[in-house]
Design a protein. Structure first.
Lengths: 387, 307
């Protein structure tokens, strides 16, 4: 089934997966309406001890990290001149942009006074980590939009925006990387004010650095994941290129693990890893879910087969998202003697937003020149469905 | 008699007697003062030191006058039997059973915002809706608030309460009657206390008073002033004859001012921007240089091949 939007040339093909995603989105939409009609207490389990729940931990703190693929790939392609990965850059920027839109949307749902979301623009408080986060979200969303603009204007044949953006593309990329460095780390800075509450396995003055390094792992894994799906649907064999692209991931993971261990030893908290507590279980799980796939990626046989790449990238994504959940919610449980359990509506809204993002991603990929046409003459309008 | 009337009468009576110097530093008259609610120590002196409140847990008689005075003054509906801080109760008396030498005894503990000297909430707030007044109170301006609740996450004492049921919710907490302080009046809670359990004054004077009580009754009091160093120091101080952890106080609160933890990193932002900017420009230039050199070499080779 195809849906032609407003008699235009835009087409959205419906598949079973997409119908499922749309259903989840509409269920989430109803929950979102409830949130605004009945207030936060009606749809969430938020309370004075846990004023932040699933939306902040996963959608915002995790969502920003999910968007890290954009700056990491841009750095690899444009700054370090790895032109062989050029075709990964635009889809990565699209993911980043949509991810940031989702972050903003989640914030609008979570804020008590969403209509005042613009306040940090005029009411400055540069001592606040949240102020830094707010500014980074704003500025980096604008940068991502500009980086994405050529894909949109090419579709409509507009010359001016494309030329304008292309003339300042490198400064834009550099600005994007600086903003991302600040932004990814600022989410760690956000948690620095919890020295008593956050468990010693996660609380460290190096939290901003940890968040920055691990966001690169997550970002690259997301780029691999989506490139496989797009490659499948466009019938492009991306595997040889991805095999080279993923070579670097074990190195970043190794750096991250060494950083974690050195920091634990330095703070004298290494023994916390081996206690018989919920926290040590969470920590070991979190680390294994990224160490094992990184180890597997050392083998060419795994890197050069689609299932291997898909499994390892999914594991890495889950591992880092789990870290964000631990550092912002589960790591507080020992302090309150209570774990935060989100309500069903909270989960539904999160799933609804993710479904919406995937649907928009598919629509843009299929209707705009985001994925480059390869020299082998793949027709962008003649491909099987993404999912 | 309504609470409002009670307050007004009290204020009126005190204005009459305010010429008596109640606080004397180094003071022989201090013990006498303890049973009497303080007036503002001479407002016109050049002493810009912050005001504070000292609560002596041993002196509280569970009359809940502080609790009710606050509710009445701010129009809150918490009532007598409050069990926790809430948007309708910014201060309340918690009665706890404690084990004193094997005997179960009751202690009454006042709870409210501690008004940190360097408040975590104020440094956390992205829009400056929370800030510390020079005179001591940590104040909240609701019209600025965007509702991110970072202040609640950041507070080391778990004080701010949110209006979860509201469709335009705000943060609520004790504001130390900052408007009254501006008018030369003390907070309604300390003004209402009949037993001298919770008293108002300049912070250094109250610390001295607390130290004197600990020194004079070394066997009675736990030798610790809660709030002297907790979270880098607070404007609300406590002394007690039973361990603080037994009356609901966290003893694992850091002694360092919380904003410092964040500022350690935040202060490095300009350096990070400059360093990452320079290294990115450097890396880009190097990449360009390399491609040009390789390109030229390639061209040379190509030329040779065709020749």
């Amino acid at each position: 089934m195809e849906i032609r939007i407003l008699n235009s040339e835009f087409i959205f093909r419906m598949t079973r997966v997409r119908i499922a995603l749309a259903t989840v989105f509409f269920a989430g939409l109803i929950a979102m309406v409830c949130r605004f009609v009945f207030g936060l207490s009606a749809v969430t389990n938020l309370n004075d001890q846990y004023p932040w729940g699933l939306w902040i931990s996963l959608d915002v703190i995790g969502g920003v990290a999910l968007g890290a693929g954009a700056f990491a790939t841009a750095a690899i392609v444009y700054i370090f001149g790895q032109d062989q990965f050029h075709s990964l850059a635009r889809p990565a920027v699209l993911t980043g942009f949509l991810g940031y839109l989702m972050v903003i949307f989640s914030l609008l749902l979570d804020l008590g006074q969403p209509w005042d979301i613009w306040h940090p623009v005029v009411m400055w408080q540069p001592h606040s980590a949240m102020f830094e986060v707010a500014w980074c979200v704003m500025l980096y969303t604008i940068v991502l939009f500009l980086e994405l603009l050529p894909s949109i204007s090419e579709k409509f044949g507009w010359q001016m925006p494309t030329r304008l953006v292309k003339s300042m593309y490198i400064p834009l990329v550099i600005a994007g990387i600086i903003l991302s460095t600040l932004h990814q780390s600022s989410l760690g800075t956000l948690l620095l004010i919890l020295p008593d509450k956050l468990h010693a396995l996660w609380y460290t003055p190096l939290l901003p650095l940890m968040f920055f390094v691990s966001s690169i792992i997550l970002g690259l894994a997301v780029v691999v994941f989506e490139a496989i799906l797009v490659g499948r649907s466009m019938k492009i064999d991306e595997i040889p290129m991805l095999s080279r692209f993923t070579k670097g991931i074990p190195a970043v993971v190794l750096a991250y693990v060494i950083l974690k261990l050195a920091d634990l030893i330095n703070r004298g908290e290494l023994s916390q890893v081996f206690t018989n507590s919920m926290e040590s279980g969470l920590f070991i799980t979190e680390m294994l879910v990224i160490i094992i796939p990184a180890y597997l990626l050392l083998f060419k046989s795994i890197r050069s087969n689609e299932a291997g790449l898909l499994t390892t990238s999914i594991a890495l994504i889950i591992g880092i998202l789990f870290n964000r959940l631990n550092a912002s919610s589960l790591g507080l449980a020992h302090y309150f003697n209570k774990v935060y359990v989100p309500s069903l509506t909270e989960i539904l809204i999160t799933l609804g937003l993710i479904s919406l993002e995937v649907l928009i991603y598919i629509f843009v990929i299929e209707n705009f020149p985001v994925v480059e046409e390869h020299s082998n003459g793949t027709d962008i309008n003649n491909h099987s469905s993404l999912v | 008699m309504k609470w409002g009337d009670f307050m007004n009468r009290r204020e009126f009576l005190k204005l009459g007697g305010s010429s008596i110097a109640i606080l004397t530093v180094g003071g022989k008259s201090l013990p006498a003062m303890a049973s009497e609610p303080l007036d503002l120590p001479n407002v016109n002196d050049n002493n810009t030191e912050q005001y504070a409140v000292l609560t002596d847990v041993t002196k509280c008689v569970e009359c809940k006058m502080c609790q009710m005075a606050c509710q009445s003054y701010y129009g809150l509906n918490g009532g007598q039997n409050v069990e926790d801080l809430s948007p309708e109760a910014w201060t309340f008396i918690r009665t706890v059973e404690v084990d004193v030498n094997g005997k179960q005894e009751k202690r009454n503990v006042r709870n409210q915002c501690f008004h940190c000297l360097e408040p975590a909430c104020a440094s956390a707030c992205p829009v400056g809706a929370l800030y510390k007044e020079e005179s001591g109170p940590v104040v909240y301006e609701g019209w600025k608030c965007i509702g991110c609740r970072y202040c609640m996450t950041a507070c080391p004492f778990g004080i701010p309460r949110y209006e979860w049921d509201s469709k335009a919710p705000l943060v609520t907490k004790c504001i130390m009657c900052f408007q009254r302080l501006k008018n030369g009046q003390q907070p309604v809670c300390t003004a209402a206390c009949p037993s001298g359990a919770t008293t108002f004054g300049k912070r250094s004077q109250l610390v001295e008073l607390a130290q004197k009580r600990l020194k004079d009754n070394p066997t009675k009091y736990i030798q610790h002033i809660y709030g002297l160093h907790e979270a880098g120091g607070t404007s609300f101080l406590y002394i007690s004859d039973v361990p603080f952890k037994d009356i609901g106080f966290r003893e694992d609160v850091t002694k360092r001012a919380l904003p410092d933890y964040t500022w350690d990193t935040m202060s490095k932002i300009p350096a990070i921007v400059v360093a990452s900017g320079l290294s990115l420009v450097g890396a880009y230039s190097w990449t360009k240089f390399k491609t040009r050199v390789e390109g030229e070499r390639g061209e040379d080779n190509g030329n040779k091949d065709t020749e």
